[in-house]
Write a protein of this length. Structure first.
Length: 94
């Protein structure tokens, strides 16, 4: 899948912070956005484990539609791309 550099960088940063591979992190995000429920979630300490983000975040997620979640992801992608472009321009001395 092709995604903007800024989004890739942000997702990679988040995956590192969670201690999982980028592929596992993205697969988990996509599964959640699609409302897909596969096997039981991995236990803490095992590959693929995602920490609990709290009841409030889950409630927000449950109230949103897949279209709203997609719109949020696109918005975050655009923001991440702008930040990455600004950082590149700064490093290049522009």
């Amino acid at each position: 899948m092709r995604i903007p550099r800024g989004l890739h960088a942000e997702l990679a940063r988040q995956a590192r912070a969670e201690g999982v591979s980028l592929n596992q992190y993205v697969a988990t995000l996509l599964a959640g956005a699609a409302g897909w429920r596969g096997a039981a979630p991995p236990q803490m300490g095992l590959p693929g484990y995602m920490p609990d983000q709290g009841q409030e975040r889950r409630a927000d997620y449950n109230r949103s539609t897949p279209g709203e979640r997609l719109a949020e992801a696109i918005s975050l992608s655009r923001s991440a791309t702008r930040l990455a472009d600004a950082g590149t321009a700064e490093r290049m001395g522009r």
